[in-house]
Design a protein around this ligand. Structure first.
Ligand code: IMP
Length: 429
């Protein structure tokens, strides 16, 4: 029953797209289960450079079915543009979207912006893509599902009342401009017609691949510490990015899992507000942000990412809440040239040392990192593909992360391109 979870272990942007594009050589299905176009998964290979926001990262392989599961929220314009881009670039994988994925409607995008403005200095720093408000409507049972776009008649009965209520909220509560109900209804008809060939029962595609013994990659979006339940609430996204989200977000059972791989960056980053104990001062952050072939700027919003040393306390928590049994370490090459490198091995909270990750954001915000400092390495790791090319210091660093997290590294990513990968042991058997 070979489903392999590959998910972000810290606050997102760990390089899941690159890793999944590499691993998908050995899988027939790659499936997204959570989030929406707040994600930006960068893939670089012989076809070119792509930033996928909705389409799963297996699409560059001809043998793959790329499934957007029911747990994802979908902005149809973004999906249609992305499918067009996939076709224009000649990418050979198939794309499907679940009939039960919820639609990010234009009023969700408006409400995301208005709510962030209302929060002012307490804003979450969302990506502004309407993801949170779409999930609010899903839970509030006022959402529109992708499958409903195929039935305009039925939609014409439901949508006016929903939009009337949204416009009351937008104008009376937030003082915003109302959305145009007729224009939105027309838009939903166009979406239905254009998306029709891609709409499917995603649990059937994923389930039959699993039943048939084919390898399936479950593609995480965001990271474990942005998970609605297990992350640094309220500075989180509105879905379950952790392993549990895979079961509900795709309709698979726990026995399907053959492995859970956490993707860790060799250091930490975070975009948006929220506690970040190992955050570096701006001078050091600037150095790391601009090192390496791809800088640390959001693939979706272009915002500069906050940078910190590797947080093993948060990492160990992430291993636990996901049941990770292996990891991939990305962007090791970015740390080339540092004389010494710090790893956060514990926190000091109210004068007491702890190695427990305090899940309350207020407490985490008070934590001071306790570092272990280890020597850096001479020489470059950029683009290396064989273990014997790994400098001794870099090997020591990886081994220390393995010790601290209690799991082995299957792979080290040494650059953004597919082939800039050093596989230590197979992630997919
Ligand atoms: P939302 O998901 O747009 O509602 O944003 C909520 C929080 O999650 C904000 O701090 C965002 O910066 C963060 N976030 C959402 N998606 C990503 C991602 O793909 N990478 C990193 N951070 C993200």
């Amino acid at each position: 029953m070979p489903a392999y979870a590959v998910l972000g272990a810290h606050w997102g942007d760990e390089g899941k797209g690159k890793v999944i594009d590499y691993l998908a050589e050995n899988a027939t299905v790659v499936a997204r289960y959570s989030g929406g176009n707040n994600a930006g998964h960068t893939v670089m290979n012989d076809y070119g450079t792509f930033s996928f926001h909705l389409v799963p990262s297996g699409v560059c392989w001809p043998h793959t079915q790329n499934v957007i599961g029911n747990g994802v929220v979908v902005d149809p314009d973004v999906l249609l543009d992305e499918i067009k881009m996939v076709r224009n670039a000649g990418l050979p994988g198939n794309v499907f979207v679940s009939d039960r994925a919820h639609v990010i409607m234009p009023y969700h995008v408006v409400l995301d912006r208005l709510e962030e403005e209302r929060r002012g200095k307490d804003a979450i720093g969302t990506t502004g893509r309407g993801v949170g408000p779409a999930y609010v409507d899903k839970v509030g049972r006022q959402g529109i599902r992708i499958g409903e776009l195929l039935d305009p008649e039925d939609l014409s009965l439901r949508l006016p009342d929903i939009i009337r209520f949204k416009n009351e909220t937008i104008t009376k509560l937030y003082g915003g401009e109302p959305v145009d109900a007729d224009a939105i209804f027309e838009q939903t008809k166009r979406w239905g017609a254009e998306l029709k060939p891609y709409i499917a029962r995603s649990e059937d595609i994923v389930g039959s691949a699993i039943d048939g013994g084919e390898n399936v990659i479950l593609e995480g979006a965001q990271g474990a510490l942005l998970d609605l339940d297990h992350g640094t609430y309220p500075f989180v996204t509105s879905s379950n990015s952790t392993v549990g989200g895979m079961l509900t977000g795709l309709g698979i059972g726990p026995r399907a899992f053959a492995g859970v791989t956490g993707v860790f960056k060799a250091y930490c980053t975070r975009v948006g507000a929220g506690p970040f104990p190992t955050e570096l001062n701006e001078k050091d952050a600037h150095t790391i942000r601009n090192a390496g072939p791809v800088g640390e700027f959001g693939a979706t919003t272009g915002r500069p990412r906050r940078i910190g040393w590797f947080d093993a306390v948060a990492g160990k928590y992430s291993v636990r809440v996901n049941g990770m049994d292996s990891m991939v370490v990305t962007r090791l090459d970015v740390l080339d040239g540092w004389e010494s490198i710090k790893i956060c091995v514990a926190y000091e909270l109210n004068g007491v040392r702890t190695d427990r990750f305090p899940i309350e954001s207020v407490l985490l915000g008070r934590c001071k990192p306790i570092y272990e400092e280890i020597p850096g390495w001479d020489g470059s790791t950029a683009g290396i593909t064989r273990p014997e090319q790994l400098p001794v210091g870099a090997k020591r660093y990886i081994n220390r992360l393995e010790e601290l997290l209690g799991i082995q590294a299957n792979m080290i990513s040494t650059g953004p391109r597919r082939n800039e990968s050093l596989e230590l042991r197979p992630s997919i058997k």
